[in-house]
Structure formats: structure tokens, C-alpha cells
Design a protein around this ligand. Structure first.
Ligand SMILES: [Zn+2]
Length: 269
């Protein structure tokens, strides 16, 4: 079994620990290259994401199936998780609180200013310190593989290729492959979002940007294809009924999601 290290990266509004789990010592003297960061539960009511990161840790990371350097933040919004809320305890959408094109009048509550929330600051500071080469943030359930920035296209393709044709059916891939220096795709633009901050707003020392994927899980893994537009009330219904449907949902989507996450860890090798 592989040792899993735990490291507190911050504290939520209500005082809960924000924990990063890794398969290497984050406090060790040498920082490995090509770190993958996987984030679950940024929206607290999207509980499938938290469950899938936990099972990935048990079945792929602790067992050494994945040996590449990996950090997981399984529950980025613990207060929202407890309250079954999309938002944190200040009723801020942590996925609108980043500083790339932040907007006060965004349709989701973006906070009083960029990085106003302890949860978003903890994730930002972790990324700036450890400079992951790849970031995968899980959400539920728009059924998309979104790549932010041209540097992310190859990773999106690798994750797509990790699925069978049948597993791909509920997903659509939205690769925002814009040229360097161009603004994000206006069709999918999302002010203050974490994915766009990571994919377009960040530049590490040496000029590198991380490959950034927002992995929106399927809402109905039995569907033949992704309806467009999605039925309006589907997210609310899904999230409210997680308890009764969790086992069946995980059975259906887990193999493909785990293979996609493992492919991300191994990329680009
Ligand atoms: Zn979400």
C-alpha cells in the first residue's frame, strides 16, 4: 500500500480544516515535477465529486496503481457540503471568487471582492506554492470535459480517450483552445471562475501555465447522449436526491471517471 500524506492547507469560514492528500511528502525537501492536482466538492452540494475522489484515492492511489505525483483536495468546500449548499458559509460561489475577470454582478454570488473567501485563497496559495502541471476540478453534473487554455487540449483528449465509446455518450467536450494571448471563448466564459483563472490567468515562474480541466460528471449515465440544452431543474433534483441514488450513480460512472483521473496523472507520459 502506498502511504497517503495529509496536509492542512487552510480553514473554512466555519472553522473546518481544508485538507490536501498526496502520495508524496508535501513538506519534503524536493518538490517533484509534473504534479497533478485533483479537486472535489468546490460546490458543496455536488457530492458525487467528493465520493469519486475518495474512491479514486482508495482504489488507485493507495494501491499504487497511480504512482505519478498527485495531490487531492477531496472536499474544497466543507461548510457547503455539510449544509448541502453550492456556496460556502458566506453564501459565496467559490467558483466565481477568483480574480480573472471577476464581476460583482455575476449571476452567481461572487463575494465582495476577488479572493474574499478563505477556501478560495487556500486553493490559490496551494497552487502558487506547488505549481501543479495539471489541475482537474470535478463538478456535477453538466456532463462536459472543459479545457481552459490551449495548453489544456492534449490533456482533455487524453481523458476523452480513456473512456469507451459507450462511456463517452453522455459527455460533450468543450475545448476552449484559444491561441496564446487571446481571451477565453466568450460562449463558455464564466467570470471569476476557478478554471479560467487557472487556465488563462496563471503563469508560473518559467512561463508555464497548468493544463486545466473542469470535469463535469454525467447527470444521467444511462442517457444515450447529452441533451442540449439540459433540462432546467435537473441539477437541483439530482443534488437533492444524492442520498438515495449514490450507490447506483457511482456504479455507473466510477470506472470511466477513475480511468480519466488516472490518465490525467500519467499525462504527458
Ligand atoms: Zn459545480
Amino acid at each position: 500500500m502506498n502511504r497517503i500524506y495529509q496536509h492542512r492547507i487552510g480553514i473554512s469560514v466555519q472553522g473546518r480544516d481544508l485538507i490536501a492528500e498526496s502520495n508524496f511528502d508535501l513538506e519534503g525537501p524536493i518538490r517533484p515535477a509534473n504534479i497533478t492536482l485533483i479537486i472535489g466538492g468546490l460546490h458543496g452540494d455536488e457530492k458525487a465529486t467528493v465520493a469519486l475522489v475518495a474512491t479514486f484515492r482508495e482504489q488507485w492511489v493507495a494501491t499504487c496503481e497511480v504512482r505519478a505525483p498527485l495531490v487531492m483536495i477531496p472536499l474544497a468546500n466543507p461548510d457547503g457540503f455539510i449544509a448541502n449548499s453550492r456556496y460556502n458559509a458566506n453564501r459565496v460561489d467559490l467558483n466565481r471568487n477568483c480574480d480573472l475577470s471577476w464581476q460583482a454582478d455575476c449571476p452567481e454570488p461572487a463575494g465582495p471582492h476577488p479572493w474574499s473567501e478563505p477556501e478560495s485563497r487556500a486553493i490559490r496559495d496551494f497552487i502558487l506554492t506547488f505549481e501543479p502541471a495539471k489541475v482537474v476540478s470535478l463538478h456535477w453534473a453538466l456532463a462536459e470535459i472543459d479545457a481552459d487554455g490551449p495548453q489544456s487540449t492534449g490533456l482533455a483528449n487524453r481523458m476523452w480517450n480513456a473512456m469507451t465509446p459507450r462511456e463517452r455518450a453522455p459527455y460533450r467536450v468543450r475545448v476552449a483552445a484559444r491561441e496564446e494571448g487571446q481571451p477565453p471563448d466568450p460562449e463558455g466564459f464564466c467570470p471569476g471562475s476557478f478554471g479560467q483563472w487557472c487556465g488563462y490567468g496563471l503563469r508560473f515562474a518559467g512561463g508555464l501555465r497548468p493544463a486545466m480541466i473542469t470535469l463535469e460528471l454525467p447527470y444521467d449515465p444511462g442517457a444515450e447522449s447529452r441533451p442540449h440544452p439540459l433540462p432546467t431543474a435537473h441539477l437541483t433534483e439530482l443534488h437533492a436526491r444524492w442520498g438515495e441514488n449514490a450507490a447506483a450513480y457511482l456504479d455507473a460512472v466510477q470506472p470511466a471517471v477513475h480511468r480519466m483521473l488516472a490518465a490525467a496523472c500519467q499525462y504527458p507520459r
